[in-house]
Design a protein around this ligand. Structure first.
Ligand code: 0X9
Ligand code: ZN
Length: 442
């Protein structure tokens, strides 16, 4: 199938055909090993952090002298056997709270995301096409919008650059849904009145898929009550356990460290690279987009801008990749950090983790692929379920970084030689206010 017909084949007109999955609140009967404690581990360097990630733990928080992760009391002894110093704190109820009130902002459910993207298409059909990236393990569609002033045929004829924004590989990372969702709406809402947005939307093909892992999101999402603290997808592993870590299931360096063969681990890598429907969806789409130059996968939390490699300490170009790309990644990450004040770094400086989205996208396709770990900076500041009051400021802080990626998507190497254009140097009007006070002038 050629690319155009493949994309057309995936375009879905109307929510009647967007499968929302059978029972959205079904809870599986099998016993899950839920975390009970937040473990604090003394760790002064990346080797110590990688010792922990290689032992099959998802590290949730990194500080200069310690790390934190969700675990259970039995993990304390296990980690101590690796000669680590560990403290365990019982999880606090407030760390699970998905606050909501009728008046205040609240997190968006899967069905609402699908509906809002459908509405976006309905009221802006010349710019927006609702599609499905594919089906999830439990049969839900993965909603995605294509945003462009040009048709697919025109975009192909003009060889427009393609950029892909994805959210929610990890179920409990709800802010990672909100930012790409608000961004899609922002681009459409500002097209008619903002000449720079019009220029970019007319000269790029933009794809936004806010929930790559719908089953996990539905399982985790609770409006106004306790979330489930769930990370993985909802694959039944066949032994009573559920879930594969989608950010360990991509093929580049799959299974070479920082992921686990134990099905109960939060970083379970799956039975094979791309064993999961959700990562297959991303692969099938990206593989047929030769003009895709840039990609962002939003996650939470920690306030970081990460770039490859994550599966090895080697720098880009040292053994794999093009050495000329390293300064481009570094400059992009640094430029973007001026707006959101996040820390720019190579993924593996955090800890080794193999099989993530960005290593695959860059390694296989040369795509300038970034992971943003959005707010907050710590579990103690709200962790995976910060107050929904942070949704808007988090979007505001990240709007310019997202627009910057879009600006340079036609040739990311331009960041080395060209100034950041004026429209990114002044506050961006977002319709509901002015960009964050964190905003800086270059
Ligand atoms: O561990 C992950 O998958 C990401 N962090 S999260 O807390 N959202 O789970 C970070 C991935 C960055 N990649 C590597 N460190 N390799
Ligand atoms: Zn994540």
């Amino acid at each position: 199938m050629n690319m155009m017909s493949a994309i057309r084949g995936r375009a879905l007109r109307g929510m009647a055909v967007l499968a929302l999955g059978a029972s959205t609140l079904a809870v599986n009967a099998a016993v899950e090993t839920k975390p009970t404690h937040y473990l604090e581990i003394e760790a002064h360097d990346k080797d110590t952090r990688s010792l922990v990630s290689r032992a099959g733990y998802a590290i949730d928080e990194v500080r200069s002298d310690r790390i934190f992760l969700l675990g259970r009391l039995e993990d304390v002894a296990r980690l101590e056997r690796l000669s680590l110093k560990v403290k365990a704190r019982p999880l606090q109820e407030r760390w699970f709270a998905m606050d909501a009130s009728p008046e205040a902002a609240r997190y968006t459910s899967y069905a609402e995301v699908a509906q809002q993207l459908k509405d976006l298409e309905a009221s802006n059909s010349s710019l927006v096409t609702l599609m499905s990236l594919g089906r999830s393990t439990e049969g839900r569609d993965v909603p995605m919008v294509r945003i462009s002033g040009k048709s697919i045929a025109q975009a192909e004829g003009e060889k427009l650059p393609v950029i892909f924004y994805m959210g929610c590989h990890h179920a409990r990372e709800h802010l990672s849904v909100e930012v790409p969702l608000m961004y899609a709406k922002y681009l459409v809402a500002n097209y008619a009145t903002n000449a720079d947005i019009k220029r970019l939307v007319d000269s790029r093909e933009i794809y936004v898929a806010p929930i790559i892992n719908p089953d996990g999101h539905v399982y985790d999402y609770r409006n106004g009550i306790r979330g489930q603290m769930w990370r993985k997808n909802r694959r039944a592993n066949g032994d009573g356990s559920y879930g594969v870590d989608l950010n360990r299931n991509y093929s580049w360096g799959w299974g070479t460290g920082g992921s686990d063969t134990n099905t109960r681990s939060d970083v379970y890598m799956g039975t094979a690279p791309f064993s999961e429907a959700e990562t297959q969806n991303v692969k099938a789409f990206v593989d047929m987009q030769p003009r895709m130059t840039t990609l962002l996968s939003t996650h939470t939390f920690s306030e970081l801008i990460l770039y490859p490699w994550g599966g090895t300490y080697d720098k880009i170009g040292e053994k794999q990749g093009n050495p000329a790309d390293l300064p481009v990644f570094e400059k992009m990450a640094r430029d973007m950090s001026a707006w959101n004040k996040y820390t720019p770094q190579q993924s593996s400086d955090l800890y080794i983790a193999s099989g993530d989205t960005t290593d695959w996208a860059y390694g296989t396709h040369g795509i300038f692929a970034f992971t943003f770990e959005l707010s907050p900076s710590s579990m103690f500041g709200g962790g995976f379920y910060p107050s929904p009051a942070v949704i808007e400021p988090t979007f505001n802080a990240n709007l310019k970084p997202l627009l910057y990626m879009l600006e340079f998507a036609n040739d990311p190497r331009r960041v080395l030689t060209e100034r950041i254009p004026n429209f990114l140097q002044t506050p961006v009007k977002i319709g509901v206010g002015i960009a964050s006070a964190k905003d800086v002038q270059f």
